[in-house]
Design a protein around this ligand. Structure first.
Ligand SMILES: Cc1ncc(COP(=O)(O)O)c(C=O)c1O
Length: 376
């Protein structure tokens, strides 16, 4: 087996699923704040677009994706961020963003020259780390500090490390803390990455789920050269099961990735891409969804704060990040579980998450109310 497989810890969300199954077996009613997999129905026009596109003859999809999907993505980037991209050369569909994130390191790391580091923040989405390990590279976790707004600041890393870094991942609105950044931050990271020959990769799957007046910016607003942004239909459009997203940015990189991704079967079915195209062409449903997540966040934040639990402010994303009252997150998660409440201990997201817990804004608003009424 590849050595990274031996070192692999169980995927944290798989652990949660197992605990939940045990509770269900014991007949305990469950309110699940664990996995970020929303339960609001997918807007009807999206499955309709999928059904209408199921062909009589089924043939292999293309890695480049359908022109209609690429055009819809370019239209979205123009409307949402005032960014102009060429749909043919600067957009590449993906089967959700997870696979695209994981695969990037395999294409970009070069262990033979020592340019083999993948920098990412902890706490953070676990796939950046596993992508580095499976590509035979070095995972370089950077602890994100609360008093620095959980911002990963590349310039604070030693120059020798930056010169060995192939990819730096940023993710704002941030999973798990809900931290957001402004364009000045994005510009500074892009400048630092360019100065050290690093590919700056921005995981932007929560960009349309904002609760405040100011929508979160995209790295693409700063530049498209030398950078890539990863977007997803999953949370924006209630399409986690469809597996549809895209990569956008540097045309030369996109061309290399397109050629490379043709070597493994990762092209999305054209009927899924038809659904994705319909989703990117519409903004109204995303606005409806973010109002629902904002309402859940507000109910939970108020309820937990009333119980003396410290909740970090957030203005976007799908999560609430709060401090464990007695410091031991695993024991606390077990206590919550006794009441049928599933939470994610902060350690699931790396060492930087110790002492905190995450709630995914998944249960309906009334379930959020019942949960805070019985919260331990
Ligand atoms: C930060 C982050 N990036 C990427 C993903 C992957 O999402 P998907 O593959 O559904 O697009 C997730 C999923 O929860 C996430 O939290």
């Amino acid at each position: 087996m590849f050595p990274a497989l031996h070192a692999l810890k169980p995927y944290p969300m798989a652990q949660l699923q197992a605990r939940k199954a045990a509770l269900a077996k014991a007949g305990i009613p469950i309110i699940d704040f664990g996995i970020g997999d929303p339960v609001e129905p997918t807007p009807a026009f999206i499955p309709e677009a999928l059904k209408a596109a199921v062909p009589e003859v089924s043939q292999y999809p293309s890695v480049a994706g359908t022109p209609a999907l690429r055009r819809a993505v370019a239209g979205y980037l123009q409307r949402r961020f005032a960014v102009a991209v060429d749909p043919d050369t600067q957009v590449l569909p993906s089967a959700g963003s997870k696979e695209a994130i994981f695969h990037l390191a395999l294409a970009v790391l070069d262990p033979t020259t020592g340019r083999d580091g993948v920098v990412f923040g902890t706490p953070g989405y676990p796939v950046y780390e596993s992508s580095a390990l499976f590509a035979g590279g070095r995972a370089v976790p950077v602890v994100l500090e609360r008093d620095r707004g959980f911002r990963l600041d590349l310039a604070a890393l030693p120059a020798a490390e930056l010169d060995r870094t192939a990819i730096a991942w940023i993710n704002y609105p941030h999973n798990p803390t809900g931290a957001c950044v402004d364009r000045g931050y994005l510009r500074a990271q892009a400048d630092c990455a360019a100065a050290h020959g690093i590919l700056l990769a921005s995981d932007e799957c929560y960009q349309d789920l904002w609760f405040a007046d100011e929508p979160p910016p995209s790295l693409l607003q700063e530049r498209t050269a030398g950078v890539l942004a990863f977007h997803s239909c999953s949370k924006r459009s209630g399409m986690t099961g469809y597996r549809s997203g895209f990569i956008a940015g540097d045309a030369a990189l996109i061309a290399r990735l397109r050629g490379w991704r043709a070597h493994f079967g990762v092209g999305s079915p054209a009927f899924v891409e038809a659904a994705g195209a319909a989703a990117w062409a519409d903004d109204g449903h995303a606005a409806d969804r973010r109002r629902i997540f904002a309402a859940k966040w507000a109910v939970l934040a108020e309820g937990l704060r009333a119980r003396g639990i410290e909740v970090l402010p957030s203005s976007a994303g799908l999560y609430l990040w709060a401090r464990v009252p007695d410091g031991d997150a695993d024991a606390y998660a077990a206590r919550c579980l006794e009441r049928g409440i599933v939470i994610s201990p902060g350690g699931f997201f790396g060492a930087g998450g110790d002492g905190w817990f995450r709630l995914a804004l998944v249960p309906a608003v009334d379930q959020c109310r019942s949960a805070v009424a019985t919260w331990p």
